[in-house]
Design a protein around this ligand. Structure first.
Ligand code: NAP
Length: 303
C-alpha cells in the first residue's frame, strides 16, 4: 500500500527537514501543512494551509487528504511566550493535539506526536522512556497533558520526545541556540549563557531520520530521540565559537537565576537513547559533525 504522510507545522525547522527527507520518494504521498502560506522550497510534495488550532479545519483536511500517518510537529515552541500566555499555549499545544487525534481517528491514520524533555524537572537526567514527568513550566505541563491524550487515542500512536533542536533552513521563522550564538559573536555582541542547564543538542536531520524510522517500522509508544552528547549551554556556546573561529571571550557564563527568564527550565535533562539505538538503529551525528553540516548548509543557502 502507498503510504501517505501528513506533516503539521511543516514550515518549522523539523517540519522542513522532514519534507527534505521524505519529499519526492516513490510510492509515498507527502502532504505538508503549515499555518498560512507555503514557505518551504520545492515542489515534490503537496502543500495545504492548516491552522491546527482550528478544529473544523484539522478534521476537514485530515478527512479529505486521508493520510496513513500524521506527524504532528506544529506547536507553540517559545517556552517564555507560553509562560506569559498560558491560554495560547493550551490552544496550540493541547487542544490542537486533540483535534489532530480526532482527525486521525476518523481517517484511521497513525499518529507520530512530538514532545519535549521539558516534561521533566531536570533534577536527575538523563532520562529513559520510563522516567516520570514533572514539568516546571506552562510549556512542559501542556506538552505532558497532550501526551496523556495521545496515550489514550483510539489509533496506533507514537510519542517522540526530543530536545534543543538545532539546524538551518532558508527563511526560518525561529532561530536556535547554534545560530543565535554564531550570529551574536559575528556581530561582536557579548552574550550571557547559562552553565547550569545541561542538554543533549539534537541535529534536526537526525530527528527527522529517527521519525522516519518510527513511521516506516510502524512503531508506537514512547521514544526519546536527541543527540548523544551532553553539555551545558555555556559549553555548547564555546564549541560554536571554536567551530567558526569566533571570539569566546564574548561569552560570559551565568546561571538560570541571574537570567530571570519567565519560564523555569529543567537544570539537567539529556536522554538515554538505548531504546532508539536498539529498535530504530538510531545513530545521531556527533555535535562536531552536526556543526559541519550546518556550516555547509549555510554556505549552500547563501549561493
Ligand atoms: N525546537 C526545540 O528545541 C524543541 C525541543 C523539544 C521539543 N520540540 C518539539 O518539536 C516540535 C517541532 O519543533 P520545531 O523545532 O520544528 O519548532 P518550530 O521551528 O518553532 O516549528 C513549529 C511550527 O509550528 C507552527 N505552528 C505554530 N502554531 C501553529 C498552528 N496553530 N497551526 C499550524 N502550525 C503552527 C509554526 O508556524 P510558523 O512558522 O508560522 O510560526 C512553526 O512552523 C514541536 O512539537 C516542539 O514542541 C522542539
Amino acid at each position: 500500500m502507498t503510504q501517505s504522510i501528513l506533516i503539521t507545522g511543516a514550515n518549522g525547522l523539523l517540519g522542513r527537514k522532514l519534507v527534505d527527507l521524505l519529499g519526492g520518494r516513490k510510492s509515498l504521498r507527502l502532504i505538508a501543512t503549515g499555518k498560512g502560506e507555503k514557505r518551504i522550497p520545492g515542489t515534490d510534495f503537496e502543500y495545504v494551509s492548516l491552522d491546527v488550532c482550528d478544529g473544523d479545519a484539522v478534521r476537514y483536511v485530515v478527512k479529505e487528504t486521508r493520510p496513513t500517518v500524521v506527524i504532528h510537529c506544529a506547536a507553540m515552541t517559545n517556552v517564555d511566550a507560553c509562560e506569559l500566555d498560558p491560554k495560547a499555549c493550551q490552544a496550540a499545544n493541547v487542544d490542537a493535539v486533540r483535534f489532530v487525534i480526532e482527525g486521525c481517528e476518523k481517517a484511521g491514520a497513525r499518529l507520530v506526536h512530538l514532545s519535549t524533555d521539558f516534561v521533566f524537572d531536570g533534577a536527575d537526567g538523563p532520562y529513559d522512556e520510563n522516567a516520570v514527568p514533572n514539568p516546571l513550566s506552562v510549556y512542559g505541563k501542556c506538552k505532558w497533558k497532550a501526551e496523556e491524550y495521545v496515550k489514550v487515542a483510539k489509533i496506533p500512536a507514537a510519542i517522540v520526545r526530543t530536545m534543543l533542536i538545532y539546524g538551518v533552513t532558508p527563511d526560518m521563522s525561529r532561530s536556535n541556540i547554534v545560530l543565535w550564538v554564531k550570529k551574536s559573536l559575528e556581530e561582536g555582541k557579548t552574550i550571557r549563557v547559562v552553565n547550569d542547564q545541561y542538554r543533549m543538542p539534537t541535529l534536526a536531520e537526525d530527528l527527522a531520520a529517527g521519525l522516519a524510522e518510527i513511521v516506516f517500522r510502524e512503531k508506537t509508544g514512547l521514544w526519546h530521540l536527541s543527540g548523544a552528547e551532553g553539555m551545558t549551554m555555556y559549553e555548547l556556546a564555546l564549541k560554536v565559537a571554536g567551530h567558526w573561529g569566533l571570539n569566546p571571550e564574548l561569552i560570559t557564563a551565568t546561571d538560570s537565576a541571574s537570567l530571570n527568564q519567565p519560564a523555569r527550565r529543567p537544570p539537567r535533562t539529556g536522554f538515554i537513547l538505548l531504546k532508539a539505538q536498539t529498535e530504530l538503529a538510531y545513530r545521531p551525528t556527533s555535535f562536531k559533525a552536526g556543526l559541519n553540516i550546518v556550516a555547509q548548509q549555510l554556505l549552500n543557502y547563501a549561493r
